[in-house]
Design a protein around this ligand. Structure first.
Ligand code: AMP
Length: 439
């Protein structure tokens, strides 16, 4: 590893406002090299963080994540050295290209690379071209052919709108009637607008789902340990799909050896494929993976950090995150080795009552100080804001209560002990985060 005699100093801007961005800000604030930290738009928890180097406060600026000119103006005005992009939308809109065209350094994938997330058709075809293990699938721009393919799969299939649909564009179908209805909803009824002009239809795969994350710099991909998300709203994986109700890392469903094998079979061809097609993939690659009886299969690619995953990963990461993100942006990741605590980490999401459907906002949150005072616990904020000097709810997912300890059982216990200290009207959370992984 390179030894740095003269540490660089950096002013960093983090774009976004969720639990992922709070985890990024919290970890970046611990870097001795970070001398100024902004977040736009941020949330109540982010605004309470302090820099380790100086004790200085983090500034939350009221600029929306998708307000590209506003973010650019902010970065120029504050003399930002590195901008870190959290969410997928600004990446798909080309924020990286815009900043680079203005001579500013930014971390995240460019518009071309963001297609892996913004177009499922693009991803599916790429996987097929480069031999990345995935589900048997077809891509269609016309309903009759899509229905015909669903019939060939026996009707049991997954119909996916091509474009970004807030995580709602994936319909799981048990039979041909459901598959035809899904195709009609997406392609004819335009349930997701132009995102559904094309669809991917995949065979339905059974198995255990895990999240992979890898930091890429256009040349190398550094794989993270395993983690598992809990997408459904209710215990026992019941209820509606959400943005994620909790995560834990590592998961026992993939051994170190299996992770290395998956990494070789997925990340190897991915990076080679990008090189062959002139795609400069610098940023985070997050494949959603199904471990099937026939081996691992990639269901989809995301081109940014997973929200609840970030909270468990960054509480386990030992490296200086500012150094790693800079190396990812500059193409020098090969010089770095990712180092992780042996501790397991568990994140329990506390959400507003009714989420992912309609929910109320403005509920006062109590117990944050008590929970935050527990050792090896960090309460990340997602949908929170200030109202008359009090922290109140302002979104569906409100908090990511995260704890780490040696062993998953102890980490779960610590996370739930912190959850018990926090309350707000209508709070809902799953009680079984990480339970599947316990004997
Ligand atoms: P995606 O956004 O493509 O990851 O899909 C959302 C969720 O749908 C995944 O997390 C899986 O639980 C499920 N899913 C997607 N594709 C498949 C598939 N081919 N077989 C079974 N489940 C799937």
């Amino acid at each position: 590893m390179a030894f740095q005699l003269h540490p660089i100093t950096m002013k960093i801007l983090v774009i976004g406002s969720g639990g992922r961005e709070h985890a990024l800000v919290w970890k970046l604030a611990q870097s001795r090299q970070v001398t100024g930290l902004w977040c736009a738009p941020g949330n109540a928890g982010i605004s309470q963080e302090r820099l380790a180097s100086s004790g200085a406060a983090i500034t939350c600026a009221n600029v929306g994540a998708e307000d590209l000119p506003g973010q650019l103006a902010l970065a120029k005005r504050e003399g930002i050295d590195l901008t870190v992009v959290g969410p997928d939308n600004p990446l798909a809109l080309g924020i990286v290209d815009l900043f680079q065209a203005n001579g500013l350094k930014i971390w995240g994938v460019n518009r071309q690379a963001a297609q892996f997330e913004s177009s499922k058709v693009f991803s599916q075809k790429f996987m097929e071209r480069h031999g990345i293990p995935t589900a048997a699938a077809g891509t269609f721009d016309e309903p009759a052919a899509a229905k015909q393919f669903a019939a060939e799969l026996g009707g049991r299939c997954v119909v996916k709108a091509d474009g970004l649909a807030l995580g709602k564009g994936v319909l799981i179908c048990a039979n041909q009637a459901e598959a035809e209805q899904a195709v009609d909803e997406i392609m004819v009824g335009k349930a997701f607008g132009t995102a559904g002009a094309r669809v991917v239809i995949q065979e339905f795969l059974e198995g255990v789902e895990v999240s992979l994350h890898a930091l890429c710099d256009g040349k190398v991909a550094k794989i993270f340990p395993t983690s598992q998300d809990h997408k459904r709203a209710l215990d026992g994986d019941a209820g509606l799909n959400t943005g994620g109700m909790g995560t834990y890392s590592p998961t026992p469903f993939l051994t170190e050896a299996q992770l290395a094998e998956v990494s070789e079979r997925v990340l190897g061809p991915f990076m080679w494929g990008c090189a062959a097609e002139g795609i400069d993939y610098r940023g985070l690659l997050y494949p959603g993976l199904m471990l099937t009886a026939r081996g691992p299969r990639v269901l989809e690619f995301n081109a940014r950090f997973g929200d609840p995953e970030t909270q468990v990963y960054l509480t386990r990461l030992e490296n200086d995150l500012a150094e790693l993100l800079l190396a990812s942006a500059e193409g020098t990741l090969a010089q770095h080795t990712l180092r992780w605590k042996t501790a397991a980490s568990v994140c329990v999401v506390m959400a507003s009552g009714g989420y992912p459907g309609a929910y109320a906002k403005g509920k006062e949150i109590s117990g944050l100080t008590d929970a935050g005072a527990l050792p090896d616990v960090k309460v990340f904020h997602a949908g929170t804001t200030w109202q008359e000097g009090k922290v109140v709810t302002s979104g569906g997912r409100v908090l990511g209560v995260t704890a780490w300890a040696e062993g998953l059982a102890a980490a779960r216990k610590a996370a739930y002990a912190a959850v018990e200290k926090i309350s707000f009207a209508g709070a809902q959370f799953r009680r079984d985060i990480g339970a599947k992984a316990l004997p």
